[in-house]
Design a protein around this ligand. Structure first.
Ligand code: UDP
Length: 241
């Protein structure tokens, strides 16, 4: 299976279906970036972040913003929610008796996440779990490397999780690593995920914003600015890079 990427503001987004994306990364290994408009705009101002995204093994369109942006550019892709994608990877690893590591979130959230995962998947093999409030990332990396987990889920928020993974990847090329943002908060049961109807309509961001109004600052002006840049890109390709 080969990658087929479509470009948006300088980033090549994979067009795999959900199932093919799982199959591809499961065999290929490496870093999965679940990209959203906020990350794209940040990366345009941060060369290191941009390089990390572009050297990842797979970039999936998380959220409706990137999907709309790609539609404006004439590409129809189905969105892949990072939280669902990570869950499917966990399921596959459990089926194949592979090892899993979790890094990130607050200590009590991480603990609850591990408990929930263990009750959902009694055979899960969690070989490492560390909260996301550490001072020396090298210490964590040095603890993970000898364990060589097959799947490493990193919940530090973007771009911290992508930088962390990119560093870890140099020593663990045969692992699958994915930045999962606030997924542990949801899996622990501490934060409720948007009801399915919001997910289906691509309105999870609306639900999250109503629940956590401080997120509004992240959406505005990010989303309108992103759409504006995409429209400019359609008129004059490469104008935003
Ligand atoms: N986080 C962390 N260490 C940090 C900063 C953030 O572990 O230094 C965690 C935070 O507790 C939360 C996650 O990273 O669980 C980020 O969640 P957010 O909702 O911001 O991510 P998003 O899904 O919006 O990218």
């Amino acid at each position: 299976m080969n990658r087929n990427v479509v470009n948006i503001l300088g980033y090549g987004v994979d067009t795999f279906t959900f199932e093919d994306a799982i199959e591809y990364i499961y065999n290929r290994h490496g870093q999965v970036v679940t990209i959203n408009p906020e990350m794209i705009l940040n990366a345009q101002k941060n060369k290191d972040f941009s390089d990390v995204i572009n050297s990842s093994e797979m970039i999936v369109p998380d959220g409706v913003g990137v999907q709309i942006g790609l539609k404006i550019l004439g590409h129809k892709v189905s969105r892949i929610a990072g939280i669902d994608f990570s869950k499917a990877l966990i399921q596959k690893c459990v089926n194949d008796n592979k090892n899993i590591a979790l890094v990130g979130a607050k200590p009590e959230i991480l603990q609850k996440t591990c408990e929930k995962l263990k009750s959902e998947y009694p055979n899960i093999n969690i070989v490492y779990a560390h909260d996301g409030y550490f001072t020396d990332e090298n210490e964590i990396i040095n603890e993970i490397v000898p364990l060589a987990p097959d799947l490493i889920l990193v919940a530090l928020g973007a771009p911290k999780q992508e930088f962390f993974i990119s560093k870890l990847k140099k020593q663990l090329p045969n692992s699958i690593m994915i930045g999962v943002g606030g997924s542990f908060d949801v899996w622990s049961g501490v934060i409720n995920r948007a009801p399915e109807i919001y997910q289906k309509l691509g309105l999870e961001w609306l639900y999250r914003t109503v629940k956590e109004p401080k997120r509004l600052k992240r959406i505005f002006p990010t989303l309108p600015l992103f759409i504006l840049k995409v429209m400019k890109e359609r008129l004059v390709p490469n104008v935003n890079r």
